[in-house]
Write a protein that binds this ligand. Structure first.
Ligand code: NDP
Ligand code: 8X3
Length: 246
């Protein structure tokens, strides 16, 4: 199950797990886009089931998960990917609405999906949770404040879950990408495409596929190996805030 599978890293994961021969449950808000992806992958022989819901809508998420046909209920891998940044302003000037959306999606949405899916993994003594954290969760960068805090929470929640399932065969991975060219910056800058394009100027950024490769590796590592955390940076990126442009 991949949340936010309609774009970027989520879409990369859908394609890479499909190429790995897996059955996919793809979730997202954009029904039409989900259907296009379902068709693309089904044409290549992948079984895909789509669920349309917003991860902030706990009731709908619960209803969708409960509605899964019996043969789709045993989820082996949960990729908690749906997430976003909104705004890049000093903490003393940020938007309350943007803050709430980020917290509700990146933290509470991820928690909702974890709470809905992980009990089945624990019961079956089998499963892999892949949380999409960020380099932004390791250290704050200028004007990143609340977004960085949500990804720091993803690290803490991944660590907490890993401890809580340590008596089972369930594994928890926190994938922490750096600069990945997706729709992320368009969303962050509320549709200002020129400002978004500038984020990736002068550097070869990562792609959703690059992150998906690591997700597929973590999910297919030998059963006794738990890839707990991976930081994936673009080559000319030294940290969340050091980017050398040429
Ligand atoms: P995209 O904007 O390309 O993709 C984000 C996906 O999440 C979309 O499918 C989007 O759907 C979905 N989504 C957002 N909010 C919700 C919601 N409330 N309910 C359901 N789905 C939602 O960005 P990325 O692929 O880059 O982002 C994916 C994840 O990766 C995020 O968690 C992000 O924080 C993280 N990340 C991104 C990095 C980057 O540099 N791009 C680096 C590190 C981490 P919709 O189209 O409907 O909005
Ligand atoms: C996304 C990467 O560095 O823009 O989490 O925050 S960054």
């Amino acid at each position: 199950m991949i949340t936010g599978a309609t774009s970027g890293i989520g879409l990369g994961c859908a394609r890479k797990f499909a190429a790995n021969g897996d059955k996919l449950i793809l979730t997202g808000r954009n029904e039409q886009k989900l259907e296009e992806i379902r068709k693309e992958l089904a044409d290549k022989g992948t079984q895909v089931l789509t669920l349309v819901f917003d991860v902030r809508d706990r009731a709908k998420a619960t209803e969708c998960v409960n509605s899964l046909p019996e043969e789709w209920k045993a989820i082996d891998v949960l990729v908690n990917n749906a997430g976003l940044a909104l705004g890049l302003e000093p903490e003393f000037e940020g938007s309350f609405d943007d803050w709430e959306t980020m917290i509700d999606t990146n933290i509470k949405g991820l928690l909702t999906m974890t709470r809905l899916i992980v009990p089945g993994m624990v019961e079956r003594d089998r499963g892999q949770v892949i949380n999409i954290g960020s380099v932004a969760g390791d250290a704050a960068y200028a004007n990143g404040n609340v977004y960085c805090a949500t990804k720091s929470a993803v690290k803490t929640l991944s660590d907490g879950l890993r401890i809580d399932v340590a008596g089972t065969a369930v594994r928890v991975t926190n994938l922490k990408p750096g600069l990945v060219e997706t729709n992320f910056s368009n969303t962050r800058f509320h549709g200002d495409t020129e400002r978004a394009a500038n984020v990736y100027k002068g550097i070869k950024p990562l792609t959703g596929d690059d992150i998906a490769d690591v997700a597929v590796y973590a999910a297919n590592a030998p059963a006794h190996v738990q890839i707990a955390e991976v930081l994936i940076l673009a080559t000319h990126q030294g940290s969340g805030s050091v980017i050398v442009r040429k």
